[in-house]
Design a protein around this ligand. Structure first.
Ligand SMILES: NC(=O)c1ccc[n+]([C@@H]2O[C@H](COP(=O)([O-])OP(=O)(O)OC[C@H]3O[C@@H](n4cnc5c(N)ncnc54)[C@H](O)[C@@H]3O)[C@@H](O)[C@H]2O)c1
Ligand SMILES: O=C(O)[C@H](O)[C@H](O)COP(=O)(O)O
Length: 380
């Protein structure tokens, strides 16, 4: 261990952006693809920084000196937290780091659905199942767009007397649009595996759009294929060996990238770096270090004259990032090539900035520049 660094070695998923900037002063950094981080790789490490593709459990860490694990993503299904606790290994997860990115993906999907069907979102009913970091960001934007939102979150309903919870049997028959934002949970009082099964999907009106940008397995894909409504699929059962029939049936199919904005990836890394610094009793990162990691803001979008309301939003969100390029990447000539390309594309994902980075200069308003996130997202 060099005298200037508190740790000997930190093993880091190489999909964590600016890893040397965020962790290099704390220890020697070894960067590896998440799926390649194994017991041999971490044997000499003191800290481990992962994303979702590394299974963090006894078989990985039992023979190591690791005493801190930081996950720079939100999902927890790759981490055996009870084992980490009993092993005395400190664990941090960057909860909420990518909730805005996912919410923007969902709003894109909703605006696109309305455009494709020649209708508007205002006055429609959106069901949100799971109202945590992501669900709350979706709710803010959906209400700002004039959607009536029905919320389902039994754990919150049990904790919060004033949470406006609607049971699924009441919610499902009323929704024009439905999105799930729960963890994938297989045990306990409120499991979410196949939460939307054949019986529940049969309650959903046939024209309802259903979105899964949470985890494969929350919706039973075999049953989902029997539902005639439009489908937006970002999270799949058995990734990357995704279901060919669902890929073909989906109006928007993407390789688990809803949370993959540059802003979110950096946010997760900074949160994990600061958690490790606090664990070591060190000061957190200086703001200018973080600011230097993001690219310059993109040029202002110059909206077509007189483009207003949802049409302006639909235009603007596509300019900011067109998720249909991700859909095209997933639709390879055959399903075997889709499977092979799934992870490769995720690890070489195009740069995508969150809407707060974008300005929209509306020609009709004498160049009155507003942030895209502020356009009709007044509560954002
Ligand atoms: N596609 C992506 O790129 C992406 C990005 C971020 C998160 N995710 C997934 O989305 C999930 C949610 O993310 P988050 O940051 O909002 O997590 P969160 O923990 O903040 O919120 C999850 C919410 O789901 C609720 N919940 C739990 N069990 C439920 C049930 N049976 N029915 C209804 N609600 C239930 C919880 O009470 C909580 O409010 C994550 O667990 C992750 O798997 C996916
Ligand atoms: O769990 C999350 O935060 C998201 O599912 C995120 O997209 C995972 O990113 P990955 O580790 O697969 O790059």
């Amino acid at each position: 261990m060099s005298s200037s660094k508190p740790l000997r070695r930190i093993v880091i998923d190489d999909a964590v952006p600016h890893a040397e900037t965020l962790f290099g002063d704390l220890g020697e950094c070894t960067l590896l693809p998440g799926r390649a981080i194994d017991a041999e790789a971490v044997k000499e490490a003191d800290a481990l920084i992962v994303r979702s593709r590394t299974q963090v459990n006894a078989s990985l860490l039992a023979g190591s000196r690791v005493r801190f694990v930081g996950s720079t993503v939100v999902g927890l299904d790759h981490v055996d937290q009870p084992w980490l606790r009993q092993a005395g290994i400190h664990f941090f997860s960057a909860q909420g780091c990518n909730s805005v990115a996912v919410a923007e993906y969902v709003i894109f999907a909703l605006l696109d659905w309305a455009h494709r069907h020649g209708t508007t979102l205002r006055g429609r009913t959106l069901g949100i199942i799971g109202v945590g970091h992501v669900g709350r960001e979706v709710l803010k934007r959906a209400e700002a767009l004039g959607l009536r939102c029905l919320l389902n979150d039994p754990p919150r309903a049990e904790r919060e007397a004033d949470f406006p919870h609607t049971p699924l049997e009441t919610l499902l028959p009323q929704v024009d649009l439905l999105t799930v934002h729960t963890p994938l949970i297989t045990t306990g009082t409120h499991p979410t595996h196949h939460l939307l099964n054949a019986e529940r999907l049969a309650r959903v009106p046939p024209q309802t759009l259903i979105i899964n940008a949470a985890r494969g397995g929350i919706i039973d894909e075999t049953a989902w294929l029997e539902h005639p409504g439009d489908k937006v699929v970002d999270c799949w059962e058995n990734e990357p060996q995704i279901n060919a029939a669902l890929l073909s049936a989906a109006q928007l199919a993407t390789p688990h990238i809803a949370g993959h904005s540059l802003d979110a990836k950096l946010r997760g890394g900074v949160m994990a770096s600061n958690a490790l610094r606090r664990f070591l009793g060190l000061p957190v990162l200086e703001a200018d270090v973080v600011d230097g990691c993001l690219p310059p803001a993109p040029p202002p979008l110059r909206a077509p004259a007189a483009c207003q309301g949802e049409a302006l939003l639909h235009w603007a969100v596509q300019q900011a990032y067109d998720f249909y390029q991700d859909d095209a990447q997933l639709r390879q000539p055959n399903i075997e090539e889709t499977h092979a390309h799934f992870e490769y594309y995720r690890r070489h994902y195009p740069p995508r900035r969150e809407w707060a980075a974008w300005q929209v200069a509306q020609i009709a308003q004498e160049d009155g520049r507003k942030r895209l996130c502020a356009l009709d997202f007044s509560t954002y």
